[in-house]
Design a protein around this ligand. Structure first.
Ligand code: GDP
Length: 194
């Protein structure tokens, strides 16, 4: 079956989002770095498989080598299955993503989230950034414009509704994500027809 993949740093709310999307319950707040090979689930009522890739980035109690290994595995998985992947969902925490990106930007450092976004696009995988925890963000438009800027997308964010999807997984507010994903699926079905 066609596949939708979910990637993101640990603690951004990936498990919460998976639970909302699939109706399965996931281990949230469990031991980080443990549940950790790709997990596949049916995304009803859509006819896809949704794959949860391991969370990456800092996790307390997980050493540097293990973190690097997780990243390498994610990259390999994506390279291997890119052709089968209809849409990638890169989940970020709307409350902290700008600070994290800025903290990790430097002359020879590219932040994970930015790197992953470009990597997916270079693979030709349509990518939606699910900006989660928006229930905790006050200056929504400014925050999302800043995110566009960091990802190399020309603000305002409202021009990028197929790419930037503000959500709150915890509150079940997922409509922008649903619409963005559908837009990509329809584009691809159209491409297949012609
Ligand atoms: P994961 O490590 O990416 O799988 O993250 P989890 O799904 O375990 O969520 C990490 C923490 O963020 C938990 O405490 C969740 O309750 C919380 N969380 C997840 N989604 C949201 C959201 O939309 N809003 C808020 N405020 N918290 C959230």
């Amino acid at each position: 079956a066609a596949e939708v993949v979910l990637v993101g740093r640990s603690n951004v709310g990936k498990s919460t989002l998976m639970r909302e999307l699939t109706g399965h319950s996931f281990d949230t707040g469990g031991k980080p770095g443990v549940t950790r090979s790709p997990n596949h689930y049916d995304w009803a009522p859509e006819d896809f498989v949704i794959t949860d890739l391991p969370g990456f980035g800092f996790m307390s109690g997980v050493d540097e080598d293990h973190r690097e290994q997780i990243k390498t595995d994610i990259v390999r998985y994506l390279e291997e299955y890119a052709e089968n992947v209809l849409v990638a969902i890169l989940v970020v925490d709307g409350k902290s993503v700008i600070d994290i990106i800025d903290r990790h930007s430097g002359p020879d450092e590219i932040p994970y989230d930015v790197e992953m976004f470009h990597f997916l696009r270079d693979l030709g995988v349509p990518t939606v950034v699910a900006v989660n925890k928006m229930d905790k963000v006050d200056d929504v438009d400014d925050r999302l414009d800043d995110l566009c800027d960091r990802l190399g997308l020309l603000p305002p964010w409202k021009q990028w509704r197929e790419t930037i999807a503000p959500i709150s997984a915890k509150r079940g507010q997922l409509e922008p994500l649903d619409e963005a994903v559908r837009a990509h699926l329809h584009e691809q079905q159209r491409d297949d027809l012609f």
